[in-house]
Ligand binder design. Structure first.
Ligand code: 2BA
Length: 107
């Protein structure tokens, strides 16, 4: 058994969630925050048999879009002077981790 952890943009999370559920996967969603942009994203937890891992990743990948986001950046020019300018960052589609599950029980 494997545990799929997938970090997805909030904008895609409801579509991904519906698609996974429709395909028969059991999903848990966590509200998370990216450390770099400090913006909200969604982390999906899916426990699944090994032979269905690729199916989960395919569904997530199909519904997770790459998007550009601007973030403020600043530079210092000495003597206490600084300027702030926006920097473009590409976010997503999805960041996926697949972990081995040692034991799974529903008690
Ligand atoms: P954030 O940490 O807010 O990162 C958003 C985007 O900013 C990243 O997109 C990446 O393009 C850029 N970025 C992140 N850290 C950077 C850095 N130190 N220097 C320059 N650019 C940086 P994605 O790679 O698509 O990541 C989207 C979100 O997925 C991340 O949000 C984070 O919440 C999560 N994530 C990505 N890689 C991860 C990892 N290796 N471990 C844990 N979480 C990860």
């Amino acid at each position: 058994m494997k545990l799929v952890l997938a970090i997805i943009s909030n904008d895609d999370s409801s579509v991904v969630s519906s698609a996974l559920t429709r395909e028969g996967f059991t999903v848990t969603k966590l509200a998370t925050t990216g450390g770099f942009l400090m913006a909200g994203n969604t982390t999906f937890i899916v426990g699944i048999d090994d032979d269905r891992v690729q199916q989960v990743i395919d569904v997530i990948s199909k519904h997770s879009r790459k998007r550009s986001q601007m973030m403020p950046n600043s530079a210092t020019y000495g003597a206490g002077m600084y300027t702030s300018f926006p920097v473009e960052v590409t976010v997503g589609g999805a960041t996926v981790f697949v972990l081995s599950v040692e034991r799974f029980e529903k008690v």
